[in-house]
Every structure is written in C-alpha cells, then in structure tokens.
Design a protein around this ligand. Structure first.
Ligand code: 5AD
Ligand code: SF4
Length: 455
C-alpha cells in the first residue's frame, strides 16, 4: 500500500463503505486514489474519519434501504465528532445517489456530497466545494467526458487479486433492472488504456486480474491500430502481460461469441469459470424480462462452451417471482438448473424498482410465493454447489491466497473455479503464502468453501 504520492502527508482519514457489485469495489478503490493527493489515507473505521463515503447499490430495494439506515447512524456520529474544526463530511456515491440524488439531500440534508458512478472523477473538486459551501453538492450528470480519462494513474493497488473496469453501462434494458438508468449507456475503454492499467496493477502486486463490465462480453474497444477488439482478443492481449490469472464478469448470453470460447480453450491464464446470468428458465418470463434470449439459446451457449473447454464451471443469476411467474414457469427454471448443473449461483426475489417497466406490470407475485420459490430454488442450487465441491475431495489444486483469515496463520483464497478455500497453516517451508499461488490438497468441503493443506 501507499506507493501513491509518497510525498503527500496523509493527515486526513477516509472511510469508504461499498455495497453491491464488483464495479462498485473498483470505483471505491479509484475514489481512494483520487483523494490520496488531497492528503486522505484510508481508514477501516467510520468513527473518527474526516470523510465517509457510502458507495451504494440500487439493484434491489433492500440494498437501497441499507444506505438510509447507515446514513442515520453516521449522522449521529457526525453530531458528536468535529474533525479539524468542521463536522465530518459524508458523501453518497454509486447507483442510489444517481437515481435518488435529490431525495437523499431532502431526506438527509447533513450529507455533504451526492455523486453518481459517472462523475466521481470530480471528487477532489466536490470535496473542495463542500468544504467552502454550507449546503450539499450534487453531481449526478452523465458527462460527455469519460471519467476514465480523468482518473489518476497512481494507484495504491488492490492486492493479489485486482479488478479492472473495461466496459461500463448497459443498453439491454431488461424490464426489471435499474442499471441502464444508473450506469448509463454501454461504453468500452480503449485497449491501450486497459493494458496500461493492468500493468500498473501487476506492478503493485496483482497476480490475478478480473476484467469488469456490466456486459463485459459486449466489450468492443478500439485497439491501437484503430480496429475494434472484442473480449476474446482483449483477454489475449492481457494474457501477454506478466499476470498469472485472468477472469471476467458479468456476461450476457446474447453476447457470447466464438472468440471468447476460443480464448477459454487456448489461453491457460484464463480461469475455467463463467458467470452467465440467465434469470429464468421460462421462455415466457425471458420474453417479459426483455432478455433477448430464449432458454434454448442459453443451453446452446453452455453446450458450445463446454465442448470447447470441458472442465469449465458455470455460475448464474436467477430472479424468482417476476410478475406473472406461474408454477409452470418456475418449474421451467428448476429444470434448466437441473439441465446445466451449476457450480454456484446467486438468486433473488424479484424486487420492484421504481421507473423500470416491470414495476408497473400487472400480476405482481405475493411475497410468500416468492419466499417459497426462492427456498426451493436455493435448495437445488446449493445441492449442486455441494456436489461440485465434493468432486474436489482428495484432489490437489492451485490456489491464489488473497485474504487473511480470522485466526492466526489462516489464509483464504480462490481456486481456478472460483471456489472459496482456506488453509489453517498458510505457510510452506515456514514462508507465508499470502499473495502467492500454491498447490493445496483438499480434505474437507462444505457448500460454500473448501479446506485443505498446502503441499
Ligand atoms: N429484482 C431482483 N433481482 C434483480 N437483479 C437485477 N435487478 C433485479 C430486481 N429488480 C439481479 C439480476 C442481476 C443481478 C445483478 O441482480 O439477477 O443479474
Ligand atoms: Fe441489467 Fe439486463 Fe443490463 Fe444485466 S443485461 S445490467 S440485468 S439491463
């Protein structure tokens, strides 16, 4: 840490709370990089911090509710703490800020700054303004300039496993989803900017890079020679750098192409794992969701990818209780899960999001039906996840250790298939293995994790 602007004294504390997707995790790291030259050093605690930023998620109602309860807690702290002769500052960033900027300021006037995912590159200016102003600063434009052109090249690094945003926004407009409204239109960064950032992450210790995008496999960035490059080619270029593992997320079934499948087949650094949300196994629901693919399209993509890379594992997202979902529609989803056999998955009850087409559809599903369907769906998914994990007992697999466990010496990491793994004794020949890839023999598994010993 702190390869950043070492000549600047970090005499102010910044605390960032991050909810939601990996894109928010990436944005939070960039906000810290942006504020480092102003003398802000990262703190693990909100208490005593000069500036607290909530980087929020709007994808489901619960995620937004959490933000307001956190703001209430922070307001109490703000009233008690005076940092450098002024109350601690509070900023709200991310997709709730984008969607509900004015309401946040009205409901929580003690907030100093509200800014969206496309304007946080102006954070240093906003902080200066907020210090001068008494009232709050709101910046939720969709500016013409791309924030990526204004983000600092100095980075504190993200550790052994780093995120790199390559594509942002979404033009798909699934009827349940706020992302096209909060993150804006699809945009792909140029290849050279991505490679330069990847190199900086590697220089600051990254062994694994995850290429991020709301629709990452729709990536179509300009290469140096002016040609348009897809995700498969981009991965090929990143693989030429001194990085050990490459991942990407999140993909859309409609944007799968042969080049990406070939990348999985040919590039060893590309991990054999694909997160490919399907949302539902019913064609009626997929149509109502405006997913632009059918159940069979999805199954065909899975089959073709497995043909190219037989050991690949799949993960997905599911929504239960979308308006008008019948028992038969739900059964179609369960059957799709049985047909694919997922290594892991995320599943959610449909949550009405204001302003999205599905929120005003007739046929909203009662909460108790959603709850029962989610339980049944998760039972099936968890049993698949457990069997997948059980297949590794006794095997030796390479693991990148990227987190410390709660107990002394305990290390946590990820397998090539994205399983969470821990070892009690994270040393080999007395050497700490944090940030390294080591072979681990698996001796115990649960639904959510693997345990083993370094060999
Ligand atoms: N309700 C429930 N889940 C949603 N998701 C997106 N919007 C909603 C919503 N309104 C889920 C989808 C998506 C994931 C990131 O969040 O499954 O793939
Ligand atoms: Fe949302 Fe659909 Fe776009 Fe994914 S593809 S971000 S679910 S609109």
């Amino acid at each position: 840490m702190n390869a950043v602007t070492p000549h600047i004294k970090k005499d102010k504390k910044l605390h960032i709370m991050t909810w939601g997707c990996q894109m928010n995790v990436y944005d939070s790291a960039k906000m810290a990089d942006l504020l480092a030259p102003l003398g802000f050093g990262l703190s693990d605690e909100a208490q005593g911090a000069d500036l607290v930023i909530l980087n929020t998620c709007h994808i489901r109602e619960k995620a937004a509710d959490k933000m307001f309860s956190e703001l209430g807690r922070l307001h109490k702290q703000q009233k008690q703490e005076t940092v450098a002769n002024r109350p601690k500052m509070i900023g709200v960033a991310g997709c709730v800020a984008q969607a509900e900027g004015e309401q946040i300021m009205a409901r929580a006037p003690y907030v100093d700054m509200v800014f969206g995912p496309q304007t946080y590159h102006r954070l240093p200016e906003m902080v200066a303004k907020a210090v001068r102003n008494k009232g709050g600063v709101i910046d939720t434009d969709f500016p013409i300039e791309s924030k990526f052109d204004f983000l600092p090249t100095e980075t504190a690094g993200q550790g052994p496993s780093a995120f790199l945003s390559v594509q942002e926004g979404c033009d798909k407009f699934c009827t349940f989803c706020v992302v096209p409204y909060t993150r804006g239109a699809e945009y792909s960064r140029p290849v050279s900017a991505i490679l330069a950032e990847a190199q900086r992450l590697i220089d600051s210790g990254a062994k694994e890079i995850t290429l991020l995008g709301q629709n990452v496999n729709a990536y179509h960035g300009a290469a140096e020679n002016g040609q348009i490059c897809g995700l498969g080619q981009l991965i090929e270029a990143v693989a030429k750098l001194d990085v050990t593992r490459i991942r990407y997320t999140t993909s859309h079934p409609k944007d799968m192409d042969d080049a990406l499948m070939a990348a999985h087949r040919d590039i060893e650094k590309l991990m054999p794992f694909m997160h490919l949300p399907v949302q539902s196994g019913s064609n009626i629901m997929l149509e109502a969701m405006n997913r632009k693919h059918t159940r069979d399209d999805y199954l065909r993509v899975i089959e073709a990818t497995r043909k190219a890379t037989p050991h690949i594992a799949f993960s997905s997202d599911f929504i239960v209780g979308f308006p008008n979902e019948s028992d038969k529609d739900f059964e179609d989803t369960l059957q799709l899960i049985r047909d694919v056999n997922f290594a892991q998955a995320y599943s959610f009850k449909y949550s009405e999001r204001p302003g999205t087409p599905a929120a005003s559809m007739a046929g909203q599903i009662p909460e108790d039906v959603k709850t029962a369907r989610l339980a049944a769906l998760q039972e099936l998914l968890f049993s698949q996840q457990r069997s997948f994990n059980e297949g590794f007992i006794g095997k030796t697999i390479p693991v990148l250790f990227d987190r410390h466990g709660k107990l002394d010496g305990q290390l946590l990491g990820r397998t090539p298939h994205m399983q969470s793994l821990y070892v009690q004794d994270g040393t080999r020949n007395g050497q700490g293995m944090f940030g390294q890839i080591a072979n681990v023999k698996i001796n115990h598994v649960t639904t959510n994790s693997l345990e083993g010993v370094i060999v």
